[in-house]
Design a protein. Structure first.
Length: 143
């Protein structure tokens, strides 16, 4: 016998999929999870795997609280803390740096050491820059 919670979670997953016009084939290809296993999730036979929940959250900003029934918002709000800043003309270099750091662990330590030293040596400059940026933001909101 299926538990009511499993069925409710399954209904939420099915509603999300339909609302976003996804097919099970699309999701299966994106996640590597079989179509029949996805169907088990939606029918409430099985709970969704961590892999599937991570895919929904990371790729589509789906609120896990919404899936599990404790929050009415489908999408996680994209707050400034989690939003990726626009690096403008440096975007490609930043992407390359992040990719490099994710593949070469010892590079992370070297980069963090450089960053820590930079912060210490330029504490006042950084503090002034951040205060100026905050002031610009405050003045912009008054308009």
């Amino acid at each position: 016998m299926r538990e009511a919670n499993y069925i409710n979670i399954g209904l939420q997953l099915k509603n999300i999929r339909k609302q976003l016009n996804w097919t099970m084939d699309n999701i299966s290809q994106a996640t590597g999870i079989s179509r029949s296993y996805l169907s088990d999730f939606e029918r409430g036979v099985k709970l969704p795997t961590a892999k599937y929940l991570k895919y929904l959250h990371d790729t589509h900003h789906i609120s896990l609280n919404f899936i599990f029934g404790s929050d009415g918002r489908l999408f996680n709000p994209l707050d400034e803390k989690n939003a990726r800043p626009d690096f403008g003309k440096y975007s490609e270099e930043i992407d390359e740096l992040l990719s490099f750091l994710s593949r070469v662990p010892f590079a992370i330590y070297a980069f963090l050491a450089f960053f820590a030293e930079y912060k210490i040596n330029n504490r006042e400059l950084i503090k002034q820059f951040l205060m100026d940026k905050e002031k610009e933001g405050t003045e912009g909101r008054k308009i």
